[in-house]
Write a protein that binds this ligand. Structure first.
Ligand code: GLU
Length: 484
């Protein structure tokens, strides 16, 4: 295969949509699989909607996902600049070439003329879509004032067809009778999407263009542009949009769609990538893939031509699997900012945190859940009110005190020794587990659910365990007895 050069060309208009990122991901995987080049290009010609902040969001989102780019903003490359608004001189040159070779023309039609033409079309009652037929298409020369405002239009063919073999959708053919003389450059020199895109893909040497299938309608005009420029046409891969569970196009109304929202929700980048990869691509029945496996296994022929539907539960499940795959020390490091959000300042290599992670991780799907599953080791217990009312009652005060005494004498203070000592004490006194375990759990964690009792004690350490059991005994003895 010749060199693979693929690109992702988002328009920076707020956040980076996870559906869009899926196409970026497929291109990135393809590039990495073939030691190719992955280009990031910012399509910011919609000046009203594009902001520098949004460009930063794009870069940050891509970086967080680990979709590194070989050419593009901040890393540079031979074909820059990689931001369209900085490439206007290139578009002007290429447009000039197209005018010279007869494939484009300056159109001086005014807004009023176009509006009048549209109105005449409406009144004619025809069902065909409106297609502006510029009087300048076949006119040579310019108006008296040749500096007057004009756009540059492509001289589109009216007969025949354009077709291509789409890497995802198979053969697609478009009738030229549907095309109009689309605008290449606006009066201010800004390119319209099709023109900017082709000039950039061409000058950047892109070999395969992957994007959402909302762009299928743009592909025939783009192919015509390549041909008019005497250039080789790249391959195209159009993939179906990601849909919401109800079949609508996935939007904010259905789920978090901005990439960084997932970061803030405590998702892991590899889990996001795994889920997005599977949403439209398959490799047998396999659901869980490492990043490396995806690189090794990705191919366009396994990208489905029907739309994948977003499934929040499945997404969370994939997350949880990736959380479990991470080494404990790495998880400890990554949970730190989420603990900070809960008001707990602790270092990633804190020994208590390191000890707690293996017990907490089977209970968590995201880093937020993981933080919530270990925060009580580092701060005063916050009682779950229901648990407190039910278990910290006068009838349990004595057992809590005695349990404190038992564990105080345990040495070494590890899970096994604790379990043996506490169980021996319970057997001796014929105390059922339920009379001891839940009150002790609430005493130490504030909650009614947590990892095993002895694991919690071992992580908490002797001093804090004893202290918390005693404090809870105090609360229990002064609580009102339950009314039942
Ligand atoms: N800026 C376009 C978009 O975000 C890019 C389409 C393409 O990849 O050609 O939809």
């Amino acid at each position: 295969m010749s060199e693979v050069r693929v690109r992702f060309a988002p328009s920076p208009t707020g956040y980076l949509h996870i559906g869009g990122v899926r196409t970026a991901l497929y291109s990135w995987l393809w590039a990495r699989r073939h030691q190719g080049t992955f280009i990031l290009r910012i399509e910011d010609t919609d000046r009203e909607r594009s902001t520098d902040e949004s460009i930063q969001v794009v870069l940050e989102s891509m970086r967080w996902l680990g979709l590194d780019w070989d050419e593009g903003p901040e890393v540079g490359g031979e074909h820059g600049p990689y931001v369209q608004s900085k490439r206007l001189h290139i578009y002007a040159q290429v447009a000039e070439r197209l005018i010279e070779n007869g494939h484009a023309y300056r159109c001086y039609a005014t807004k009023e003329e176009i509006a009048a033409s549209r109105e005449a079309h409406r009144q004619s009652g025809t069902k065909d879509g409106f297609r502006f037929e510029s009087p300048w298409r076949d006119r040579s020369g310019a108006p008296e004032d040749s500096n007057s405002r004009h756009v540059i239009r492509f001289r589109a063919p009216h007969t025949g067809t354009t077709s291509w073999n789409d890497a995802v959708k198979g053969r697609i053919e478009i009738q030229h009778s549907t095309l109009q003389d689309f605008i290449l450059l606006r009066p201010d020199g800004m390119p319209l999407y099709n023109f900017g895109c082709v000039v950039d893909d061409l000058t950047m040497g892109v070999t395969l263009v992957a994007r959402g299938d909302d762009h299928v309608i743009n592909t025939a005009p783009q192919i015509l542009l390549y041909r008019a420029l005497g250039a080789e046409v790249p391959e195209f891969a159009h993939m179906p949009m990601v849909l919401a569970p109800n079949g609508e196009k996935l939007s904010k109304r259905h789920a978090a769609v901005g990439v960084l929202e997932y970061r803030d929700m405590g998702y892991l980048p590899d889990g996001v990538i795994n889920y997005l990869a599977r949403l439209g691509w398959s490799h047998g029945d396999q659901e869980i893939f490492t990043r490396q496996e995806l690189i090794e296994k990705f191919s366009w022929d396994r990208v489905g031509s029907t739309a994948g539907r977003y499934d929040a539960k499945k997404f969370l499940h994939v997350q949880a699997e990736h959380l479990r795959m991470l080494p404990d020390e790495e998880l400890a490091r990554r949970v730190v900012p989420f603990l900070a959000d809960l008001g707990v300042e602790v270092a990633g290599d804190d020994p208590t945190l390191r000890k707690a992670i293996p017990y907490a991780k089977p209970r968590a799907s995201t880093l937020i859940e993981l933080a919530e599953a270990v925060d009580y080791f580092f701060r005063p217990v916050v009682f779950d009110e229901k648990g407190k009312r039910k278990f910290l009652v006068p009838g349990n005060a004595e057992n809590l005190l005695r349990l404190a005494q038992v564990v105080e004498a345990v040495d070494p203070f590890d899970v096994e020794t604790l379990e043996n000592a506490v169980k021996a004490w319970m057997e001796e006194n014929e105390l059922p587990m339920k009379n001891v375990a839940q009150p002790a759990r609430v005493a130490m964690t504030g909650r009614t659910k947590s990892p095993g009792l002895f694991e919690v004690m071992a992580v908490l350490g002797k001093e804090k365990t004893v202290e918390r059991l005693r404090a809870a005994a105090e609360i229990a003895s002064s609580a009102e007895a339950p009314s039942t």
